[in-house]
Design a protein around this ligand. Structure first.
Ligand SMILES: NC(=O)C1=CN([C@@H]2O[C@H](COP(=O)(O)OP(=O)(O)OC[C@H]3O[C@@H](n4cnc5c(N)ncnc54)[C@H](O)[C@@H]3O)[C@@H](O)[C@H]2O)[C@@H](O)CC1
Ligand SMILES: [K+]
Length: 224
């Protein structure tokens, strides 16, 4: 099985969106449905969903919507400044606002209390803070939130990459979520292979990216 870097994945994403005309939100919705597919809905009924403000966070918001539609209890927390929200993150954010779904924001230490309350009641944590877009050490309130989740989370599912892990090298940048399971999209990531013992059970789920996108990007890269 091939394993790619975050950069490869971004290039494949962009090929699908720019060259083939598959809207990013379609890929994001496909991704969310593949996460739902891997949750035993007879076993898990109350979810703590921790979202960043990039497309990984957008995935988490779409998963939240599908769980709400299935009458699950969902506590949504956003880490980061939504003014910096990515385009596709904002689409899913606005849908939940239009549905009058309460969303909590973790900006400082006092907000950790509500996160802790949710963690004490929920039976699954969904980690959608960072994916392939992690660019630097995890610090401050992110670090506090991650250690709280690692301590109190009963069962943790990470979307695409355990947040805080570098998708290319598997290195932990300061601190990373320690998931029981990671659902990674379309292709295995090099970091998940190199640091498999910190990603839990890793499942690769295709999200509808045509072969032409993958082959073109990976073959052109091979030529360099
Ligand atoms: N259309 C697409 O490109 C798709 C992308 N997908 C998802 O999108 C992810 C990649 O999304 P993005 O490229 O938006 O990046 P991410 O969502 O992984 O993270 C980027 C965000 O985190 C911030 N950030 C990075 N490192 C930080 C740090 N140490 N402390 C605080 N903030 C930090 C960045 O400023 C940015 O806001 C993938 O992992 C996957 O989950 C999937 O939805 C499939 C479709
Ligand atoms: K993640």
């Amino acid at each position: 099985m091939i394993a790619v870097t975050g950069e490869n994945m971004k290039a494949i994403d962009n090929y699908c969106i720019e060259k083939l005309g598959i809207p990013g939100i379609v890929l994001m919705e496909n991704a969310a449905l593949k996460v739902i597919k891997n949750i035993d809905l007879n076993k898990f009924n109350h979810f703590t969903i921790l979202c960043g403000v990039g497309n990984n966070g957008g995935d988490g918001l779409a998963v939240a919507r599908h769980l709400i539609v299935k009458d699950k209890k969902v506590d949504i927390f956003i880490l980061g400044n939504i003014d910096k929200g990515s385009h596709d993150f904002m689409i899913n954010y606005n849908i939940l606002k239009n549905m009058n779904i309460p969303i909590k924001y973790i900006d400082n230490k006092k907000d950790l209390k509500t996160l802790e309350e949710s963690l004490s009641k929920s039976d699954m944590v969904i980690d959608s803070v960072f994916g392939t877009g992690l660019t630097r050490e995890v610090e401050g309130i992110y670090k506090d939130a991650f250690s709280l989740v690692n301590q109190k989370g009963k069962y943790i599912l990470s979307i695409d990459i355990p947040s805080g892990m570098d998708s290319d090298t598997g290195k932990i940048l300061g601190i990373a979520i320690k998931p029981n399971k990671t659902i990674t999209f379309q292709l295995m990531k090099k970091g998940l292979v190199d640091n498999k013992n910190l990603a839990g059970d890793v499942i690769v789920e295709p999200i509808g990216m045509p072969k032409i996108a993958i082959d073109t990007v990976l073959n052109t890269n091979k030529d360099h």
